[in-house]
Design a protein around this ligand. Sequence first.
Ligand code: G
Ligand code: G
Ligand code: MN
Ligand code: NA
Length: 260
Amino acid sequence: HSLTNRLPAALEGHEFFIEYQPLVRMCDGGVEGAEALVRWEHPRHGVLGPDRFIPLAEHTGLIVPLGRWVLEEAVRQACEWQVRGIGGARPLRVNVNLSPRQLSHPDLVSETVAVLENAGLPPESLCLEVTESAMIRADDAELKPLRQLAELGVGIALDDFGTGYSNLASLRRLPASTLKLDRSFTRGLQQHPADPVDLKIVEGIVSLAHVLDLSVTVEGVETAAQAAHLRELGCDSAQGWYYARPGPPERVTVPLPLAA
Ligand code: G
Ligand code: G
Ligand code: MN
Ligand code: NA
């Protein structure tokens, strides 16, 4: 695969860049942080999304150095926001996605701690996103590093929640602090009146999460109606095109639509 072969040179040649998508607090509509989403500015194919190259990088192992670069760059950016006082009294956080290969890498904890210390970012200002399916596949040895990071204060989010068939018992054993509800659950909430079954499902997931002391972030919020329903249902934060599309770091500092 020609994209696969070019990955090392692309990393070397600084062809990757990061877009940020704001994470919005439901209670007051303020920005609490942003998710870092990597892109590849390919010299011939233009900008490629992560779905085009993350699986290839995961397959070859290049995801490890690429993921380390994403982490360093996102942590540096979060520091810059904090130094500039963006977010006011509550410093902004950055969310970084981790792929399964990074999860099982022996240096995950030491490297993450080193990146935070070098930049001077508090561990609480970093959240690592791991997909629900990768998390439930992980054995205790693979969950241990995440648990260590969680004990240091790093947030751990279960990404794409609802697509990975967790059960109650498995949720209890995971070192997660946040559940990111997959956008497939919120499609039925785009209109007023919302789909009553979808409302009940989200309501149930939110109460389960809160019992387990997990905060709930909803992905893929595209309309004001969805935002209003989700706030009503007790979701803690939201992310989606209604608030902002992924964009350059400045995207996080511009005003958003008022909380519904
Ligand atoms: O931005 P976009 O919607 O195209 O992202 C698609 C998927 O790519 C998301 O599910 C996201 O989790 C994943 N992704 C984005 N950036 C990264 C990254 O830096 N590392 C990993 N492992 N996955 C990422
Ligand atoms: O990590 P994850 O796979 O959840 O990454 C989020 C992905 O969802 C990104 O690729 C981002 O571009 C996409 N996305 C973000 N907001 C919305 C939205 O409101 N609607 C849709 N359809 N996709 C979104
Ligand atoms: Mn994610
Ligand atoms: Na997701």
